[in-house]
Design a protein around this ligand. Sequence first.
Ligand SMILES: Cc1cc2nc3c(=O)[nH]c(=O)nc-3n(C[C@H](O)[C@H](O)[C@H](O)COP(=O)(O)O)c2cc1C
Length: 167
Amino acid sequence: MTLGMAHSTGFAPASAGDGQPETDASLIYFSSASGYTRRFVEKLGIRAAQLPLHTSQPTLLALRPYVLLLPTYGGTAASPGAAARGAVPKQVIKFLNHEGNRSLIRGVIGAGNTNFGDSYCLAADIIAVKCQVPVLYRFELMGTSEDVAKVNEGLEKFWTHQSQKPA
Ligand SMILES: Cc1cc2nc3c(=O)[nH]c(=O)nc-3n(C[C@H](O)[C@H](O)[C@H](O)COP(=O)(O)O)c2cc1C
């Protein structure tokens, strides 16, 4: 199932070890030039790694299990397929095209805007299905203080639970 992942390659395996920056952050996120998601992450006050803004830049290589946080850039909601095709930012697709990065994702958090109706945080849903991980939370724009508290608390519980899972 391709889920309309924008490129014919979908999440194709790519070779690692070609000089890419590595990160051991447990939260990895993408934020576009408008920076709403970055501002939300800054409010969390935890160490996090931002994916490069441009696909021409080398993407990150994750070194440990992580939660991915990303906004949706859906197309028109003309049809479910049309919305899904543009929903996941290309920068995130490039990151997840690396088999190692894909194998370390444990959950996803969606940023979006409820004005987009059925496409609200669609990119997080697409990645959850594609990578078989849970959507842990959804929030709008730069989030409220309640969102910040819930995500901080939720991530702490999530990683505690993960560490208690049998290997
Ligand atoms: C062209 C465009 C399309 C968007 N499409 C969606 C969408 O389909 N669903 C959604 O929930 N939010 C959508 N949004 C809202 C963004 O996900 C939201 O503004 C997010 O906070 C942007 O994060 P960023 O500034 O970190 O990139 C869209 C925004 C733009 C500008």
